[in-house]
Design a protein around this ligand. Structure first.
Ligand code: AMP
Ligand code: ZN
Length: 115
């Protein structure tokens, strides 16, 4: 685990977070700067910098991150009205933390195209 990675430190419990779900592959926390009434981050438990680094070792990981997002959208009560699952990749994609994660945003209408 990269000792300077913010999300690795959160997953390890070294930094505080509001965790709402965890399993063998995924840790879900509330975003510290929510962009919607519900804004959950689905973190990969193991460090992967971004989807660019996904390889055969991580087979099925994105499925599990998205499935956890879908399950939590139901639990949080935003699924019926619709929500958004987002993965930012690299600088132009708006990625600010280089540890694989999916955003689950809901509770308000989203605009398209994204900014
Ligand atoms: P991204 O820009 O896609 O890399 O997403 C990183 C997200 O992490 C942003 O939405 C930040 O608000 C969020 N974030 C940064 N630091 C923390 C933290 N300590 N706890 C929870 N969320 C955080
Ligand atoms: Zn990490």
């Amino acid at each position: 685990m990269p000792s300077d990675c913010l999300f690795c430190r959160i997953v390890a419990g070294e930094l505080p977070s509001s965790q709402i779900y965890a399993d063998d592959d995924v840790v879900a926390i509330r975003d510290i700067a929510p962009q919607a009434p519900t804004h959950v981050l689905l973190l990969a438990r193991k460090h992967v910098a971004s989807v660019r680094e996904l390889g055969p070792e991580q087979a099925g990981l994105m499925d599990r991150l998205f499935a956890a997002g879908a399950k939590l959208a139901e639990q949080e009560g935003v699924a019926a009205d619709g929500y958004r699952l987002v993965v930012n990749v690299g600088r132009n994609g708006g990625q600010t933390v280089d540890h694989l994660h999916v955003h689950m945003l809901g509770g308000r209408p989203m605009t398209w195209p994204p900014g």
